[in-house]
Design a protein around this ligand. Structure first.
Ligand SMILES: [Zn+2]
Length: 194
């Protein structure tokens, strides 16, 4: 007996929060929201109901991850995380993304009672950014695997098949966009080393 899960409902909720985000947000809000998306994605990937069901909510995962990208881009912009001025814009233009409407304002960052200075806060934010990007790439890879299993199954309805194929290509484009952002963050790390 299948007990329907709450994944689609939760996914809708978090998608709504992504879409209704304020134009000006702080670092904490961004990190909280991307964390929620990632958690929800993981829940769905591990949910037997979502994985087995032909028309499952896991196909919304690339869109959810894409929704986080402008937020992560805003983080980059807030902390000047980029080595080549303009690189970021042109790379994003390649994906026909409109300029990010979201502006991130810096938070004061404390470690215990010690307030981190700008340099330290920037290092921390960059580390968290890299972590988020890796998490989303891993999520997309897991989704790709799940889709492969679904598509290999011979009991999948033709309509569902088309949905999964479309989702597969969304996964690829999401991974490319994550890779661009990863390049920016890594380039910044390398520059910081020298
Ligand atoms: Zn589920």
């Amino acid at each position: 007996m299948d007990i329907p899960c709450k994944c689609s409902l939760e996914a809708l909720k978090v998608m709504g929060d992504l879409q209704n985000i304020q134009a000006v947000v702080d670092v904490e809000t961004i990190l909280n929201l991307t964390h929620r998306v990632w958690l929800q994605g993981n829940t769905m990937i591990q949910c037997e109901n979502c994985i087995k069901m032909a028309q499952s909510s896991i196909v919304t995962l690339p869109a959810l991850s894409d929704g986080c990208l402008p937020l992560l881009e805003a983080l980059c912009a807030a902390y000047d995380i980029s080595t080549q001025p303009g690189f970021f814009d042109s790379a994003m233009l390649a994906f026909e993304q409109p300029a990010s409407p979201i502006i991130c304002i810096r938070n004061q960052v404390f470690l215990g009672r010690t307030q981190l200075d700008d340099y330290e806060a920037r290092l921390l934010v960059r580390t968290l950014l890299a972590r988020d990007l890796i998490r989303f790439v891993e999520l997309m890879e897991a989704l790709k695997e799940a889709l492969t299993v679904l598509l290999d199954g011979n009991h999948v309805h033709r309509n569902a098949m088309a949905t999964f194929r479309a989702c597969e290509s969304s996964v690829e484009s999401t991974i490319s966009r994550l890779a661009v952002l990863m390049q920016v963050v890594e380039g910044d790390c390398d520059a910081g080393m020298s």
